[in-house]
Structure formats: structure tokens, C-alpha cells
Design a protein around this ligand. Structure first.
Ligand code: TEU
Length: 537
């Protein structure tokens, strides 16, 4: 027995504010722009928005470097606009999940400005200072330690130099974070997405960053001090989670988080322990094994899964693993059907629902992302050829996901009347929301239907999962719920494929081409996908 939660039936949609909708012509998306698109999101059917950071920030990492957690970046609007977004979203039945970035602050945050003043400043110990650096490296290239001229000491930054790491061992830091969370809870937010939360228990001297010994103590303490008695969705970003670790976060009796984002499937784009930039072909059989392991290991009542293909740090999934050219529409629907009929809370990244694609970056001056820009300089210095570095950025650079949302076929895809901060993908005249809404067979309506299916059917939310043995190109699974069975079959390839079974089909559920009459032999065209109730014998 288990308690049903609203966030188990929810479907969330990630908004990257900078690239969603500009309302004032400065070329940068903003909060009023988001509010103006709530009708669109309600039509899609989503019930929560994960809002990437909108807080005050010098924007070294597009807002993941926060200088004031209780203020809004002026390029995005102000607190009145934020309050309006919360109120309007509520009217549309949509909860706002705030991005909680508390592994680090901006170096322009008042705490760090104080901390830098002297070794005995009362905020000094809010951050991590050492007399000597060790071998820890930054996710954005180079050492994770930066020398502070005034004191001669080094501060830790696991991300950019402008993102000093907070010292979670300091109880005052933890209390300040909890107070800030309660400020937002009091405003009526629906929950938090917790940025790199698995790093807060780091032991820098032992070069331990992820999954430190006190991590779960801190999260339980946070839960009790903030959202524990509220019905909020909390999702931790945990690059280092295994299913066992995910249970520590999400088992209800542990009182930590609702769920985590795990990246085991995503990390198949490169060899383990190799840089993400050295991209390898997808091993489809591993993809099935990994996804299936997460589906079965996080049983209902013992933990909870999130489900996603895309976010603002990743390439567009159909571009890296699917087909974003001649089979783009069929492929985007196949990815959607495959993921949205699994157990867990799905997260859609803006533009995914219309099949947006990677951007054909050719030169580094077209790229804004600090991770890509720093990697480019580092690899150039190491002797890599510019064209090889650009090939990596084209494949997996973060700006692929950050090009402006394509709303219509007018200038700048309807994103802005000004000069967009990052180029609009040239395919916007065919790939845009207006065109999708006008075509009843569009990717948008496949997502709309999948979201509705989840709202209406407990088997989608809670059913057990069983992978079926097939050829590598086919991804097929059964869901079992209250004596009924549901079959999902996807041809995860550019070629035709044969699905064979001894099952007898019943009522069709969804398909991107057609529901087969006979499940004994089904010839699937590239990226065909269908779901059908199975008549048990
Ligand atoms: O990302 C965490 C993180 O580790 C990323 O740097 C990730 O490794 C990389 O993008 C994939 O190659 C989170 C945020 O989602 C990201 O946007 C921030 O830049 C980062 O934290 C720092 O806050």
C-alpha cells in the first residue's frame, strides 16, 4: 500500500526563460513572455512548469549563478511579474517548480562579497577556502580552485570561477538556504528542482564531490525545515545516482525528495569516465537495459522515477539518437510514446513537443554557453583541430537546446521583435508551434494525447513494467496493472523492423502510424510506435 501523490500523475514542462518568449523586444525571453504562453501550455495539458533560474544574476552561466535568491533578474522582469506568473499559472492549473541552485552562488552574491573581505569575516566560512589547491577540476574546464589575491587563499568552484561553492558543513549556510526556500514556499510555488544537489555533501580534501557522507542528512534536514509537511514536487539533479542511490532520495519514509533526475541513459552518448565531448554511437541494447533497470528497481512505494530525454544541458534527443531529418516527425512521436507510457513523472523540455532539433553551429562565435566556450579554448590549447571541436559542440553542446523557442513562421520565429540573444534555428519556418497546432497529426497532439492518457489511466502511472525480448532495434515493453496488460512497441531505428509475439491485441491506445490487427508479426516502418491493450489468455 502507498499514498498517491499529485506529482505522480503530473507531467512537467521545463521552461528555459532566456529562450522561451520575449515580451519587450530586448532579444531575451522573460517572465511576462512565459505568462503570455500559459494558454498554449494548458492546451498541451502539462500540470507543472520547471522554471530554470530567473533570480538576480550576472548571467555567467545563464542564471545558474545567483546573486540574490529573493530577487528577479531585471532582464527577466521583477517580483511583480513573478507573482503574476504564479497567480496566472494557478488559474491554468499549472504549478511552478523553482530551480534551486544552492551548491554554489554567484561571486557577486552578498555572502561571497563579504566572505572575500577578510579571513575573519563572518561570511568567510559560507564558502570553501584552502591555502593550497588540490586536483579537483571544474565542470567548465581547468582547476576547481581560484586564488583570491587579497588573502592568498583559494576558493572552490566546481563550476565557473563566478560560481563559488557554498560550504554545506556550515549550519548557518543550511539555515539561510532553508529560510530562502520558505520565502518561495510562502509565495505558493509547487516545488523545487534542485541543481547538482548530489554535490552538497562534498569532502573537498578527499576529492569527494558527489554522494558525500552527509548528503542525505542534509536533505532530510532540509525536508523537515521546509517542504516536509507540504505537498510539493521536489526533484534532485543527480548525475551520480544509481537506482539504489535514487531510493535513498525518494523512498517516502526517508523524507527527502519526491524523485531525482538520473543520467545513466543520457551518459550512453560517451564512454564511461570519458569527456562528454567524445561522442560514441548509441548502444541500443544498453539503452533498453538501463531504462528497464530503473523502471523495475524503483517499485511503487519504494521510490519514484523521473522520465526525460531532454533538458537545457543536453542535445536534442532526436538529433543525437534519432532522426531529425526525413523521419523527424515519426521519430519525435516514437520517443514520446516510448517514454510517456513508462512509470515515473515525465518532463518535457520546451520545443520537444514540436520536434525542435540541434543547431548547425559552425564557428565558436555562434556559441554562448560557458561550458562549450571554455572547452573550446582548452582543447585548442591542447592541439585539437577547430573543426573537430566544433563537431563535438554540434553533437552535444548545451546551446543546441537553448536556441529560441519556435512559435511561428514570422521573423525570429515569433520569439522576439528584437535581435535574439542566440540564433533561431533556420528550420523555424517548418518547425514551429503555430504549424503544429494547425496540423492534427503533429507531434504536439501526440504529446497532448500521451499527457491525457496519464491523467486518465492509473496503469500508466502505477503499472508494473516488463521489458520484452526483441531485436536491438525494437524497444518493446508490457505494463501490468490490476490483471490487465498493455503493450508498447517502438521501432527505434531508421530501417524497417519485424516485431513478433504470441500476444493477442485488444483495444488500441495510441500509435504514430497505425494500431496493428495482429500482434504475431508486425512489420514496422522506421520509428513506428504503437500501444495496445493485450487480451490475456
Ligand atoms: O548542471 C550540472 C552539470 O553537471 C552540468 O554542468 C552538466 O554536467 C553539463 O551541462 C553536461 O555536460 C547544472 C545545470 O543544469 C547547468 O545548467 C548548470 O550550468 C550547472 O548545474 C551549474 O549550476
Amino acid at each position: 500500500t502507498f499514498e498517491k501523490k499529485w506529482w505522480q500523475t503530473a507531467v512537467a514542462y521545463q521552461v528555459y526563460p532566456r529562450s522561451f518568449q520575449d515580451s519587450d523586444g530586448d532579444g531575451i525571453g522573460d517572465i511576462k513572455g512565459i505568462t503570455s504562453r500559459l494558454d498554449y501550455l494548458e492546451k498541451l495539458g502539462i500540470t507543472a512548469i520547471w522554471l530554470s533560474p530567473v533570480y538576480a544574476s550576472p548571467m555567467d552561466d545563464n542564471g545558474y549563478d545567483i546573486s540574490d535568491y529573493e530577487d528577479i533578474a531585471s532582464i527577466f522582469g521583477d517580483m511583480a511579474a513573478m507573482d503574476e506568473l504564479l497567480a496566472e499559472a494557478d488559474k491554468h492549473g499549472i504549478k511552478i517548480i523553482m530551480d534551486l541552485v544552492v551548491n554554489h552562488t554567484s561571486d557577486e552574491h552578498a555572502w561571497f562579497v563579504e566572505a572575500k573581505k577578510s579571513k575573519d569575516n563572518e561570511f568567510r566560512d559560507y564558502y570553501v577556502w584552502r591555502d593550497q589547491p588540490n586536483n579537483l577540476t571544474s565542470a567548465f574546464s581547468g582547476s576547481a580552485w581560484e586564488r583570491d589575491e587579497a588573502s592568498g587563499q583559494y576558493y572552490l568552484h566546481l563550476f565557473s570561477k563566478k560560481q563559488p561553492d557554498l560550504n554545506w558543513e556550515n549550519e548557518k549556510v543550511r539555515q539561510a538556504v532553508y529560510d530562502m526556500m520558505n520565502f518561495w514556499i510562502d509565495k505558493g510555488v509547487g516545488g523545487f528542482r534542485m541543481d547538482v544537489i548530489d554535490l552538497i555533501g562534498k569532502i573537498p580534501d578527499d576529492e569527494i564531490t558527489g554522494n558525500g557522507p552527509k548528503l542525505h542528512d542534509y536533505l532530510h534536514e532540509m525536508n523537515q525545515a521546509t517542504f516536509g509537511d507540504k505537498d510539493l514536487l521536489t526533484v534532485g539533479e543527480t548525475w551520480g545516482a544509481t537506482p539504489e542511490i535514487a531510493k535513498l532520495y525518494s523512498a517516502p519514509e526517508r523524507e527527502e525528495l519526491s524523485m531525482v533526475f538520473q543520467f545513466e541513459h543520457i551518459s550512453l552518448s560517451h564512454e564511461p569516465d570519458q569527456p562528454k565531448w567524445d561522442v560514441i554511437d548509441l548502444d541500443k541494447s544498453k539503452l533498453k537495459t538501463i531504462i528497464s533497470k530503473w523502471q523495475t528497481d524503483l517499485a511503487v512505494g519504494q521510490g519514484w522515477n523521473s522520465l526525460f530525454w531532454n533538458n537545457h544541458d543536453l542535445p536534442r534527443a532526436i538529433s543525437i539518437w534519432g532522426n531529425d531529418a526525413e523521419h523527424r516527425v515519426q521519430c519525435a512521436k516514437a520517443f514520446a510514446i516510448l517514454l510517456h507510457l513508462m512509470r515515473g513523472t515525465p518532463f518535457i523540455y520546451q520545443g520537444e513537443e514540436i520536434g525542435m532539433t540541434n543547431y548547425p553551429f559552425e564557428t565558436i562565435d555562434q556559441v554562448e554557453d560557458i561550458e562549450s566556450v571554455n572547452m573550446y579554448a582548452e582543447r585548442l590549447a591542447q592541439g585539437y583541430k577547430p573543426e573537430d571541436i566544433m563537431a563535438s559542440i554540434r553533437a552535444v553542446g548545451r546551446d543546441n537546446a537553448r536556441t529560441p523557442m519556435q512559435w511561428d513562421a514570422t521573423d525570429n520565429a515569433g520569439f522576439t521583435t528584437g535581435q535574439p540573444w542566440l540564433a533561431v534555428n533556420t528550420n523555424y519556418q517548418t518547425i514551429n508551434a503555430e504549424a503544429a497546432l494547425a496540423d492534427k497529426d503533429s507531434i504536439f497532439y501526440t504529446y497532448q494525447k500521451l499527457i491525457a492518457l496519464r491523467k486518465q489511466n492509473d496503469w500508466v502511472v502505477y503499472g508494473d513494467y516488463e521489458l520484452l525480448e526483441t531485436s536491438d532495434d525494437i524497444f518493446a515493453y508490457l505494463r501490468h496493472f490490476e490483471g490487465r496488460q498493455y503493450l508498447v512497441v517502438v521501432n527505434f531505428s531508421d530501417a524497417t523492423a519485424l516485431f513478433e509475439s504470441q500476444l493477442t491485441g485488444g483495444k488500441g491506445i495510441i500509435a504514430n502510424r497505425q494500431i496493428p490487427n495482429d500482434l504475431t508479426k508486425v512489420l514496422l516502418q522506421p520509428w513506428d510506435a504503437f500501444a495496445i491493450e493485450v487480451v490475456s489468455d
